[in-house]
Design a protein around this ligand. Structure first.
Ligand code: T1G
Length: 698
């Protein structure tokens, strides 16, 4: 036994309990403890059956991800699982919480599996850029059939206990794990059930051996959105090996696939992203012991696109929301849009058929700001001008109860200035959601000068509760994400004055892995917004201005940088735009040149990274990994590239600094000179990762 695995025997049943908080991950000590305890139970003549269960909040949630990339320690997980499977005495896995990855693979090595009704079982390795590396790709298809197995392994999402029972992944749903496991073990003994070793049971593979189309259709469906990723395809190949090859050969195929992925760049980035997301939720500069305020009632002001999306996020998490509008008409329209969204999601099977009604019932639409009075958290999502924000905050300051947190959804306005109109600046902060707010996971939590630590933790905690990914940022124009996006947008515009076309720039950015390029994004958001803002500030941008003067506002007018066919959002290159660009450059006496794709990529990415360095210098973000979390979850940065700061380290800061200096001179733009932090790290051959480590250690 070790201190993380306990063995107790009574009345002929051995109970092996893993107790290694927080999630019973399969560290070397846990693997050793399971192996030793099972060996001891097998050798004990008193023991007739064994139950493997876990203490704490969950069954084993996987291999210990922190061990990857380090020298392997014995016993290997595969060996431990083989010991379980070869046990001459029946072994029952008793599951609660989330049996994930290596945890489910351990359970698959047992002869029987029982679970409590709210347990979840899955193989999410693909989300870490891996595939199940301890027999999951070979045993799961034998347990549930290749079609469900490929959905679980390539999709990475868990299934519930009821579905698991229906498909034969578990044998019974029990009230409690240890007792339920023990009772099931006694049943196995009483009925003299044969030991069921999945490696010897090909019965559920026969249908796919006879007709491959079921499997190939499932693979096609699950890899449709896997553009640029390696793991989903490798995982599908490993599952195919379960159909085509004998077990041991299939295991070798799995092992080879796993080793290739675990040593590759993509998995390194995806494992980094996993921990970065969790690190971002740990707020630095908050006194030890600070607790979030309790939030049971939430009020949202504004039922427009953002307010409606935010309300849906709370309803999706089962939290009741008071949704406030200025008039019945606006309220009715907003509620109608949400109903339509839910109905269309349910129609395509994204949520259960009864979910729309249940979730809409949680959204109480009312008129009048006085309805904020019982709320613990108030989020305004009204028109994006400082005047309107100040008017709303003045009003809610009067109505809201003491201790309520007052949050603005503004995407760039100064929260300090908004807080000043209230008598409670310590309760004011920003919760910047990203459109569509019911889909995008990022929430930038804007910490204003006077925001109280417990108010800040309240926003972070509630963001996680509604399945958002929070990242704390400071007050500046655009906070973190939009500020870096603006740096990229400036270069994108500049490239058009030098000879590149919108479709060339966008193609480079989408080939890199972003979902959309800067010009297609502009057409989506509407070019008129920037145009009006420039006019207010007396700023010219001749090409963008010419487009707007020609009525080309983007998708909303059927043409912008691209043209759009009726009913389609697909951006089509438009020769008229090339003509407009040529005419504008001629007027300015500028000559176009061939701009290489490599230069475009550098000028899209490096200025953003430079802005990220400035953001760190100004302490607008606490860690480089927080900046990466913002881009991964707010802008669709490809997960297999880790985020802009992780990507910068992979390119090398020295190279980036040199290229920025070059472009600063080549385009006569001093803002492209490397930020002091970037220059310093480049000079000492350092990386942003070292900054994240230092922040963590501090
Ligand atoms: N290894 C190490 N640490 C882990 C971990 C893991 N597998 N899972 C979670 N943690 C840490 C996490 O960093 C955090 O630490 C704390 O536990 C609580 O996590 C061979 C190769 C289980 C659903 O991918 O999905 O098995 O911040 O904040 O929201 O084939 O954690 O407190 O210091 O996320 O309640 C496969 C990953 C691994 C599951 C719980 N398994 N974990 O969610 O808590 S690869 C996974 C999760 C593998 C085999 C392969 C979630 C959770 P800290 P949390 P949560």
């Amino acid at each position: 036994m070790t201190d993380v695995v306990k063995l107790e025997c009574h009345d002929a049943i051995a109970i092996v309990t893993v107790d290694s908080p927080p999630v019973n991950a399969l560290s070397a000590a846990v693997r050793r403890g399971i192996s030793e305890s099972v060996k001891q139970a097998i050798a004990d003549p008193e023991v007739q059956a064994i139950v493997l269960t876990c203490a704490g909040r969950t069954f084993i949630a996987g291999a210990d991800i922190t061990e990857f990339g380090k020298p392997p320690q014995s016993p290997g997980l595969g060996d431990v699982i083989t010991e379980l499977e070869n046990s001459p005495k029946p072994i029952v896995a008793a599951i609660h919480g989330t049996a994930l990855g290596g945890g489910l693979e351990v359970a698959l090595g047992c002869h029987f599996r029982v679970a409590v009704k709210d347990a979840k079982l899955g193989l999410p390795e693909v989300k870490l850029g891996l595939l199940p590396g301890a027999g999951g790709t070979q045993r799961l298809p034998r347990a549930v059939g290749p079609e469900l197995a490929v959905k679980m392994i390539v999709g990475g999402d868990p299934i519930g206990a009821a579905v698991a029972l229906e498909h034969g992944l578990i044998d019974e749903i029990v009230e409690a794990t240890a007792a339920g496991g023990e009772a099931f073990a006694r049943k196995v003994l009483a009925e003299s059930r044969p030991l069921r070793k999945l490696r010897d049971d090909d019965s559920k593979l026969q249908a796919a051996k006879a007709d491959r189309s079921i499997f190939t259709q499932a693979v096609a469906a699950m890899t449709k959105k896997a553009r640029g990723l390696e793991a989903p395809f490798a995982a599908a190949d490993a599952v195919a090996a379960a159909i085509d090859l004998p077990f041991d050969e299939g295991m070798k195929k799995e092992r080879d696939g796993f080793m290739k992925l675990v040593t590759g760049e993509q998995s390194k980035a995806q494992r980094y992203a996993f921990f970065a997301e969790r690190e971002a939720a740990k707020v630095s500069g908050v006194p030890e012991g600070t607790k979030p305020r309790p939030v049971t009632r939430v009020a949202i002001i504004g039922a427009g696109t953002m307010g409606g999306g935010i309300a849906m996020s709370f309803a999706n998490a089962g939290i009741p929301v008071t949704l406030i509008e200025t008039g019945e008409e606006q309220l009715k329209r907003g509620l109608g849009v949400m109903q339509k969204n839910y109905d269309s999601t349910a129609a395509r099977g994204g949520i259960p058929a009864d979910a729309p009604a249940k979730r809409m019932a949680l959204i109480n639409g009312v008129v009048g700001l006085e309805h904020v009075k019982d709320a613990d958290l108030i989020i305004e999502a009204v028109f994006e001008t400082m005047a309107v924000k100040k008017e709303v905050f003045t009003a809610i300051d009067a109505y809201a109860k003491p201790g309520a947190v007052l949050a603005s959804n503004t995407s760039y306005l100064n929260i300090d200035e908004i807080a000043q109109v209230t008598k409670r600046p310590e309760d004011v902060l920003g919760m910047h959601f990203f459109s569509p707010a019911n889909v995008m996971k990022l929430c930038e939590i804007v910490r204003a000068d006077k925001t109280a630590p417990d108010a800040l933790l309240t926003a972070v905690a509630i963001a996680r509760k509604i399945a958002k990914v929070p990242a704390v940022v400071g007050v500046c124009d655009g906070f973190v994400g939009n500020r870096m996006l603006a740096a990229r947008g400036k270069q994108a515009e500049q490239l058009l004055f030098e000879g590149a076309l919108p479709q060339q720039v966008d193609a480079v950015v989408t080939k890199f892995g972003m979902p959309m390029g800067p010009f297609a994004m502009g057409d989506l958001a509407g070019l008129d917004i920037g145009w009006r803002s420039r006019q207010d500030r007396g700023i010219k941008s001749e090409i963008a201005d010419a487009l707007c003067e020609a009525g080309r506002f983007g998708q909303k007018t059927g043409k912008g940088y691209y043209k759009y066919e009726a009913g389609s959002r697909a951006p089509l290159p438009d020769p008229e735009v090339e003509t407009l660009i040529n005419d504008t450059l001629n007027k300015l006496g500028l000559k176009r040149r061939e701009v290489p794709d490599e230069e475009i990529l550098e000028r899209m990415m490096y200025p953003m990274i430079n802005e990220g360095a400035r953001i760190l210098e100004e302490k607008i973000a606490a860690r480089p990994s927080d900046i990466d979390v913002i881009w991964l979850y707010g802008y669709g940065w490809p997960i297999y590239r880790g985020g802009p700061m992780f990507y910068a380290d992979s390119v090398g800061l020295k190279h980036i600094a040199e290229r920025l200096s070059y472009y600063a001179k080549a385009t006569n733009d001093p803002t492209l000179e490397p930020a002091p932090l970037l220059a310093r790290l480049a000079a000492e051959d350092g990386s942003f990762a070292t900054l994240t480590q230092r922040a963590k250690a501090a």
